[in-house]
Design a protein around this ligand. Structure first.
Ligand code: ADP
Ligand code: MG
Ligand code: MG
Ligand code: MG
Length: 399
């Protein structure tokens, strides 16, 4: 296999067999393609003894749109290299990559079929007490150890250039920061919230703040981000959770990863106004989600602070007042990017199933309007909201 071609199930089987040595000489392999993502092919290869692996292949275009949207297959390299680096920094909560093949833009990785995708679990009102603490550990470790606190200047610059990822960043720049704030043809606005969406296109105060958040996304290479930290990129079960799908990884603002995750937990929170009719069940689930958001920030920030205090070898960055300011700025960024996530998932190209699966369209519209309102408040008030208690009060005020 030399030149790139789209894998058939036979190709995926051969690839997995050749690069794993896990299946044994005479084992009978089977294979299915089952990817539900927007961009890539995902195959499961299994032998007759139940051992299985995943082959993910990047297509030279975006799967959800087709060949009219060409997209670099170098994203498979980015995904493999980010996951390998993040796994070194947080092995418990990062999927294991076994092999990466540049010619075929293909990644061989562990099969997480004894886990479930977090988004569907949250839609089904499932609760995982360990969710926030584990993801806080993932974020604190991957982000701290790829930042200036942990790397020398030259090493950091080498890494920034290794993970430039211009094409996938451009998708985020457009879909996250530009389209929702103008009448763009890529937007996907349900008729029930047309008026609220149109208000975004004329909201200059909001647009100025989003421009600032976008400028930071473009020019604040603080740490090696996952870049696509939504609840569809997280596998979970009763014991553990693992992060997958890092093809949007690049050096950017730390608050972007934290905020994307907070934004997705908030989307789940708001969607239960439409998904869960029973008010007591709804309140229980929403309370759980608020506790997870609180715990996520508390544990992430305390671990990151502890790493800064104990591990930083750069004398000028050991200044405790500077470190305090640094955390304060990540907090504000987190709120701002969470707000952008709420807005772009409501009116932009890529919706989330949490909101889209609300069957009553009037009720769905009400939830979407809440997402736009809360998103706007988070962006505008990100420097005023001083702590988690104030954030929780703002969220609870949305009833
Ligand atoms: P995309 O980049 O196209 O979004 P993902 O990496 O998110 O692709 O994978 C798409 C889907 O494939 C996931 O939602 C999941 O169902 C399945 N999948 C991906 N990686 C694994 C894995 N390691 N184990 C089991 N299933 C996986
Ligand atoms: Mg995905
Ligand atoms: Mg997916
Ligand atoms: Mg992806």
């Amino acid at each position: 296999m030399a030149e790139y071609r789209t894998f058939t199930t036979d190709d995926a089987m051969r690839f997995a067999d050749e690069h794993s040595g896990l299946f044994g000489e005479h084992s009978k392999l089977s294979c299915e393609e089952f990817g539900d993502g927007n961009l890539n092919l995902v195959f499961r290869v299994e032998n007759d003894k139940g051992t299985s692996l995943i082959v993910k292949q990047a297509l030279p275009y975006a799967r959800c749109v087709g060949e009219s949207w060409p997209l670099t297959i170098d994203r498979a390299r980015i995904e493999a290299e980010v996951l390998i680096k993040h796994r070194k920094l947080c092995p418990e909560h990062t999927v294991e990559v076994l092999h990466y093949d540049a010619e075929h833009a293909a990644i061989l990785m562990e099969d997480l079929s004894d886990y479930r995708i977090l988004r569907s679990e949250l839609i089904a009102a499932k609760q995982f007490p360990h969710l926030a603490a584990q993801l806080a550990a993932y974020l604190a470790n991957t982000l701290y150890y790829t930042s200036d606190f942990a790397l020398t200047g030259p090493k950091k610059k080498q890494q920034v250039s290794q993970f430039l990822n211009p094409e996938l960043c451009l998708i985020t720049e457009d879909l996250f920061f530009t389209d929702p704030y103008c009448n763009h043809e890529r937007n996907n606005v349900h008729s029930e919230i047309r008026t609220e969406a149109q208000q975004l296109w004329h909201d200059e105060v909001l647009q100025a703040e989003v421009a600032q958040l976008k400028a930071d996304f473009l020019s604040k290479p603080q740490a090696l981000l996952h870049g696509d930290m939504h609840s569809g990129s997280i596998f979970i079960n009763d014991e553990n959770c693992k992060v997958i799908d890092a093809e949007f990884g690049f050096y950017g603002p730390i608050g972007f990863d934290v905020g994307s995750l907070v934004g997705n937990l908030l989307l789940s929170y708001l969607s239960h106004f439409g998904l869960t009719a029973d008010s007591s069940a709804r309140e229980t689930q929403q309370q759980y989600l608020l506790e997870q958001i609180t715990c996520l920030w508390q544990q992430f920030s305390s671990q990151f602070k502890q790493l800064m205090e104990q591990e930083c070898r750069e004398p000028s960055l050991q200044n405790s007042l500077y470190q305090q300011r640094f955390m304060q700025q990540i907090w504000a960024d987190t709120l701002g990017y969470a707000g952008c996530e709420l807005i772009r998932r409501t009116v932009g190209l890529a919706h989330v199933a949490d909101l889209d699966s609300i069957s009553d369209s009037t009720l769905r519209g009400q939830c979407e309007a809440k997402a736009l309102k809360l998103g706007r408040q988070l962006i505008l008030q990100r420097h005023e909201l001083a702590n988690m208690a104030q954030l929780v009060a703002l969220i609870q005020y949305q009833q």
